[in-house]
Design a protein around this ligand. Sequence first.
Ligand code: PLP
Length: 401
Amino acid sequence: MRRDGPWLRAAQGAGLLSPSGELQGTVFGEMSELARTTGAVNLGQGFPDYSGPRELLDEAIEAISRGENQYPPPRGTADLRLAIAEHQLRFRGVTLDPDREVLVTVGATEALAATVLGLVEPGEDIVVFEPHYDAYGALAHLADARLVTVPLRWPAFRPDHDELRRAVTDRTRLIIVNTPHNPTGAVLPRETLELVVELAARHGAIIVTDEVYEHLAFDGEHIALASLPGAASRTLSIGSGGKTFSVTGWKVGWVTGPATLIEAVLAVKQYLSYVGSGPFQPAVAVGLRLPEARFEEERDRLRAKRDLLVTALRSRGLETATPSAGYFAIADAASIGYTDATELCRRLPGEIGVVGIPVAALCTPERQGDYRSLVRFAFCKSDAVLEEGMRRLDRLGELSR
Ligand SMILES: *Cc1c(COP(=O)(O)O)cnc(C)c1O
């Protein structure tokens, strides 16, 4: 078989080629498999082990019973698009035309894929913060674009504005801003977002904001980039029903922004999946219309889990950054004598029964060294699972060196 093609670049971009050129699974797949075969507590992959609000689950069941089981419209059901527009206005003060400026996608993942494939020409630059969600690297390579990264450094994970200024040039086609940020839990401050808008305007770039954790900011205010002056005309905003409502398997996402950009994204999206998640679309519409207090409840539940995990990691001697948002906390294994987190993460499941993800797996090869000793743990798990995970981490000291 021929061993070339865009898939190979994508695999390379996502760090999925072994030194001998074999295609490997993602680190998430590898670690989840280790969790399964060893019975380890899986604090690796970021999915909740509980389901979201009852109202959504009931509506999905009812939609299936009502017979909403065929292809929904290409842009998503009219009612979900309306609910997305209402939600953006209620929480972010952004006004959208639900017929032209809203597109429902198969998760935020498809929104990202169709955006990158639809808007970026070969050889153009995509600027992202690092470490980054792994799909950005793979998509950049599929589009034959260059991924340019701006580091967020341990432990504050704040970007250096001069580094950001240097990264954005006339070659930049997209600036992908993920706030709140996976995996660091950083909520990017207003000044950084304003600088992104200024740089995008100066260099003619399009801004893509990945805001899948928009409702999960514990400290600090999540600012929707599209709500800043001068931003709306050049910004695509991406959201996820799966992340917002703890139903990650439903894969209902959306992208909103100027009608001409949405057209371009739709042109690709309709040949990726065409449509998806039919009966889950009305359910997510119900979720987006829930009273504010319900969003706060979900956030507060997760904040308590963050506190539980961060306190427990620190009490075991692991220096841990306090994440301001999201599903994950990052600890520095060097503080307990391990400088190579990838090696440590491969041993943890078998030796003490816990799974974490090495942060270097979420970095470009050139910068992996800076993140070598960092481990990401997910806290979007039931308290019983978190407590069992921490009980097992009590045996960290018994690891053979
Ligand atoms: C989970 C995640 C996504 C993908 O969201 P889906 O709706 O599950 O496709 C995109 N971006 C970030 C930063 C994520 O953490």
